[in-house]
Ligand binder design. Structure first.
Ligand code: CU
Length: 159
């Protein structure tokens, strides 16, 4: 029993989160000659950010997420907008440059879940298993005592 508890505590310590990484900021810019985002595919972790950054473009671009998760607004020649993917935002985000979507100016951001906090072992769970073996004992002991008294009383009456 104590050994089990000790093991559980040890496991909890081992799975405790390490010092968290510094949030990463991935810059997505525009390859204007090919009308492409660069990089077009980004993978990061919850807490990280994407910075859409371009300036002095010949024509305006924007980055609009298909489900409305983020948008840099109207197409602009100069854009500097940073979106932070908070805890709980894990998922895949597909976005387009609205004027140039048909030309293939699209991008994907994949956000992976951050490290889980260590779960506390539930102390109640280990207590429950000990209940059942003790239940029959008081009832059985009482029956033996009552049975012995009855038998003795009976034999005295006969003798
Ligand atoms: Cu564009």
């Amino acid at each position: 029993m104590l050994l089990m508890l000790a093991c559980a505590m040890l496991a909890g310590d081992l799975s405790a989160p390490m010092a968290e990484d510094e949030p990463e900021v991935v810059v997505v810019t525009v390859d204007s000659t090919n009308f492409r985002f660069s990089p077009a595919s980004v993978e990061l972790t919850e807490g990280d950010a994407v910075r859409f950054f371009w300036s002095g473009q010949a024509i305006g671009h924007n980055a609009v997420e298909n489900e409305g998760a983020f948008s840099t607004g109207d197409p602009e020649r100069d854009v500097d907008v940073t979106f932070v993917f908070e805890e709980g935002s894990a998922g895949t985000y597909n976005y387009v440059c609205e004027p140039h979507e048909a030309m293939g100016m699209v991008g994907t951001i994949t956000v992976n879940p951050g490290p889980e906090p260590a779960e506390e072992p539930a102390p109640e769970a280990t207590m429950e298993s000990e209940d059942t073996p003790w239940l029959p004992w008081p009832a059985t002991a009482l029956a033996v005592v009552v049975g012995a008294r009855l038998r003795r009383g009976h034999s005295e009456g006969n003798g």
